[in-house]
Ligand binder design. Structure first.
Ligand code: OGA
Ligand code: MN
Length: 294
């Protein structure tokens, strides 16, 4: 139980970081319990800004999980099928609630997941039947340059679709597949039964806000169900172009001690390249989601 005397007296400040997503929250120490009123303020800021940044934090695993739990049930790391396991599992990932997002290796073996280089825009666990609702990432070791995380507002992407495209996508589902690649498409000609995959509505209704959001991403969305392959490819290309428009993006340049949390149903995110000889380590946890609805 939280000790009431330990609750912070806070002056929570919310400063937008970009026109369409991202806000810096100051006046909160994530090592200490929060009152329901304080959680409510943060939840409202999250629904409004989709990506929240807390700077200068010193967060243990327990702190990270306690804070995450204010927003739902912490998710378990998803374990890849055997033949893809070496792309996702590191030797230091001992806690099922955490993923180490890192390129660090010990004796030639990755200690965590996601390795080097850039990552295309994606939805976390968009290939599963119940994609995570939220993700929390804490910066522990950073390269001098690069490795920024970019977020794009998918409510805005939906709004920006031409009317006839919105109409065409009504009631459609898309196939999301993951082969634990970071900047390559899955080859559809291959047998997909061995890679985790799921069909979700192309346009979803966000469970908190009731607003419509575009739910496709360049890394994992592979086809629109019921469309000829050529048309599906052309439509997906158009959706990626709209979803990744610079004007909808907040690009986060990490500083040590940054704690960043995002709404995984109202944003897509990507990572910029960073020099492979530099070490980068972030600690990630998530909140379980529900089936996503159109
Ligand atoms: C993630 C992720 C991006 C990054 O943790 O889900 O996509 O910047 N990370 O490492
Ligand atoms: Mn991700």
């Amino acid at each position: 139980m939280d000790d009431a005397s330990d609750i912070q007296k806070l002056e929570i400040r919310i400063q937008p970081l970009a026109p369409h997503c991202g806000a810096m929250i100051s006046g909160v120490d994530l090592t200490r319990p929060l009152s329901p009123e304080q959680v409510k303020i943060i939840q409202q800021a999250w629904d409004d800004h989709l990506v929240l940044v807390f700077r200068g934090q010193q967060v243990s695993e327990d702190d990270q999980l306690r804070f995450a739990s204010y927003f739902g049930e912490p998710g378990n790391r998803k374990i890849a099928p055997d033949h893809l396991r070496n792309r996702s599992e590191g030797i230091l990932q001992n806690n099922p609630k955490f993923m180490l997002v890192t390129n660090i290796k010990v004796d030639g073996r990755p200690i965590g997941a996601f390795g080097d280089g850039d990552m295309w825009f994606h939805i976390d666990s968009g290939y599963s039947s119940r994609p995570y609702k939220y993700t929390f990432l804490y910066g522990l070791k950073l390269p001098k340059t690069g490795g920024n995380t970019m977020f794009s507002n998918t409510y805005k992407a939906y709004e920006a679709l031409p009317a006839e495209l919105k109409h065409k996508l009504e009631g459609r589902k898309a196939l999301h597949i993951h082969e634990y690649k970071r900047n390559e498409r899955v080859e559809l000609a291959e047998d997909i039964s061995k890679a985790p995959h799921w069909y979700h509505p192309v346009v979803i209704c966000h469970p908190n806000t009731g607003k419509k959001a575009l739910f496709v991403d360049r890394l994992m969305t592979r086809a629109i169900a019921g469309m000829e392959p050529e048309e599906s490819e052309a439509v997906l290309d158009q959706l990626y172009e709209i979803g990744e428009r610079r004007e909808f993006i907040y690009e986060h340049e990490w500083q040590l001690g940054d704690f960043v949390m995002w709404d995984n149903l109202a944003t897509i995110h990507a990572r910029t390249w960073f020099p492979p000889e530099e070490e980068r380590l972030l600690r990630r946890c998530t909140i379980e989601g529900e089936e996503v609805l159109g």
